[in-house]
Design a protein around this ligand. Structure first.
Ligand code: NCD
Length: 320
């Protein structure tokens, strides 16, 4: 898949992959994001998206991504059409094809945000629409570009840069789409090193590992906490993606192999790093570390989700 590059101009573009971005595109987005924070904190809604309708079409469960897109549109004075679980509640249940569903919502909306369990589905939707941009909110085990944008912004807010960083990415690297997008974002910048901590079965696919390794990023695969670097700028923990396993037994074998505890942070962390997680967590970060000031997953990381989506929608809809 080779979606169209942003090239400094977001207007009307589909947002499907971090491969579409350059450092310049990220800096355009990151310049607008703090303004969105101010708008969100102000009592009056902004009129940036007034007169626009964004359809949220979610074929997979979601609370954060769905909620933050919905809130982002409303903060900017736009409106939403919200469809969750269309397999059960829409004409799809009567046998309508994916393509027809997309065509129908294109007729109503200025943008369509889509989450779907099949890799490549957002791309497929973008091939059906003629004038309405598609924003992927996660395509199966593929990518989750808007999550990576908020993750990169969170790292940038803390460190003031996206190069020369050391990170630990842990958990389900094979199936985790947030991981696939985040690595694509970090390899746009020089001198980044990522330690990839996972059970062997959940390593990056060999295709991804080889293609990422050809870029200007150093990837070090590890299978034990004792090989973690002491000098990480961030840890990015993820959930083992239960819904991607063929059987519960296979999932049980690998779930929660690596759990962040106070002890792990004390032994392998450092005082300046941040601890991130896209959420939901299901035990892989112990609640005892929630109050640690390095834990950003329930604080800035989650808030940045709405701000970055406000900025992205304004740009894609050509309103800013
Ligand atoms: C992620 C997802 O859906 O991929 N959640 C999210 O959007 N914040 C991560 C996950 O489900 O593990």
């Amino acid at each position: 898949m080779h979606p169209q590059k942003i090239n400094g101009d977001f207007k009307g573009k589909n947002i499907l992959s971090l491969d579409q971005f350059t450092p310049k595109d990220l800096s355009i987005l990151f310049k607008i994001t703090p303004k969105m924070k101010r708008i969100a904190k102000a009592a009056k809604p902004s009129k940036i998206l007034e007169g626009t309708i964004t359809t949220l079409l979610f074929y997979e469960p979601s609370s954060r991504t769905f909620g933050s897109f919905s809130a982002a549109v409303k903060q900017l004075g736009g409106q939403t059409v919200e469809i969750q679980n269309p397999q059960a509640f829409s004409s799809m249940a009567k046998g309508e094809t994916f393509e027809d569903t997309i065509r129908v919502f294109e007729a109503y909306s200025d943008a369509i945000v889509i989450r779907h369990p099949t890799q490549g589905s957002a791309q497929k939707a973008s091939e059906v629409t003629r004038f309405t941009p598609i924003i992927s909110a996660g395509d199966g085990v593929g990518e989750h570009p808007t999550q990576a944008l908020l993750d990169l912004f969170t790292i940038y807010e803390k460190w003031g840069r996206l190069d020369g960083l050391v990170g630990v990415l842990a958990g389900d690297l094979l199936n985790g789409r947030t991981i696939h997008s985040l690595i694509r974002g970090l390899l746009l910048f020089p001198k980044n090193t990522l330690y990839l901590l996972s059970p062997r079965q959940l390593r990056l696919s060999r295709v991804d590992f080889l293609s990422f390794s050809k870029r200007k990023i150093k990837l070090i695969e590890i299978e034990s906490e004792k090989d973690m670097p002491k000098n990480a700028h961030f840890w990015y923990w993820t959930r083992v993606q239960k819904e991607r396993f063929a059987s519960l037994g296979e999932y049980e074998k690998v779930k929660n192999r690596f759990v962040v505890t106070k002890e792990l942070l004390r032994k392998h962390g450092n005082k300046n790093m941040i601890l991130m997680h896209p959420l939901p967590r299901v035990g892989e970060i112990s609640t005892e570390v929630d109050s640690d000031e390095r834990s950003v997953y329930l604080r800035s990381q989650i808030r940045n989700g709405m701000y970055i989506r406000m900025a992205l929608l304004s740009l894609v809809l050509g309103k800013i």
